[in-house]
Write a protein that binds this ligand. Sequence first.
Ligand SMILES: [Zn+2]
Length: 436
Amino acid sequence: MTSRPTPLALIFTLITAVAGHTQVTAIKAGRLVDPDAGTISDNQVILIEQGRFTAVGPAVAIPAGAEVIDLSDLTVLPGLVDAHNHLALTYKEVPEHNVYYLTYVLDGTPLRAIQAVSNGIQMLNAGFTIVRDMGNAGNYADAALRQAIEQGWVPGPTIINSGIIIGGMGGQFWPTPEMAREHGIVYPEYLDADTPDEIVKAVRQNALFGARVIKICVDCKPWGYSVDEIRLVIREAAKAGLKVEGHVQTTDGARRAIEAGIWSIAHDAGLNEEMHRLMAQQGIFRAGTETPLSLTGHTTPERYARTVASLRNAWQLKVPLTFSTDADYWVPGKTRGEVAIAFLETWKAAGIPPADILRALTINGYRVSETERARGPIRSGFAADLIAVRGDPLQDIDVLRDVRFVMKDGIVFKQDGVMTPAPFFNGGPVRGWRVR
Ligand SMILES: [Zn+2]
């Protein structure tokens, strides 16, 4: 009886043969930053294969036939994270006088989805390889953006999106009765969910339509959510593997969100020293969205002074800090990515050392996004995302304002300060179609 290879063995042989011929990319890094340790090391070699890091170190041999990218005059570091952005919302002076309530009436979901693609590309160009997109995306433009990037239609950061913000009646809007009742104007910016049944259904709707995190209005209205209601959101979200971020604007709201055990709190208005102590104890992430004074019209000197003091207090009390911008507007002359990185100004004003700012921008960003075991750190087996800058961000954090090189999933997106996105555009879902 002759022994013949089984079909499975043939497939395995084929895969091995193909794998043996995969292209290896080797990056020569003049310096490599480890933001977790707060250290920098010289002359490192990073190997990349099939979109993942396969080796990192000073004595890594470059295989014959590898494509070599020489970044020996640059500092390589992991990609940056904006833990709170709104890529599918861009309010502006004309025509809506920066009132996003009007943007939502004037810009439909399809246009906002295209804006989101553009804003995502602008963020990636500024070095942000992960963006948490926290609602106000029309009818799931955020989910469409995430899917388009994941499937391989367009370049963009890894998107952790919230779907529609869930809140008590009205969300953050104060609509007229006829607009709210006869035209449902609150939807799709907000999902009205006032009763336990409605809360459960709203969480399930977002999970069904592609959310990767749940966002709630804790206290946008005087009625807000109680501790029990927030716990219900957290329990229901957990069934779909999702964490919950709370929009919080009062100290009472913060107290309720913290007591319920929320994952992250957005905005600093409700956060005082007592709340910071509780957040540090419980490991609740702070997405303070600290608007810099130089973005004229988007904060005031008084508000900025409070923001800086609050951020400093949170840092002193060791609250898990994330870098977050709440960017949802156009600043003429700036890309969305330039708006986001401008927030460094507030962190510097708070007297936070560069190493800790960088940790908020990277390590804590990966943790709040829950990618830290697969994407973020430059480590063998992880998704091959990295950026490079001139100078040393551990000495001067402002070097992050000029990102010279960006790699996403092993593909070069920016080189010598110029976008090279061609390999990211495809005529089909080259990275696989998926339903959600
Ligand atoms: Zn926001």
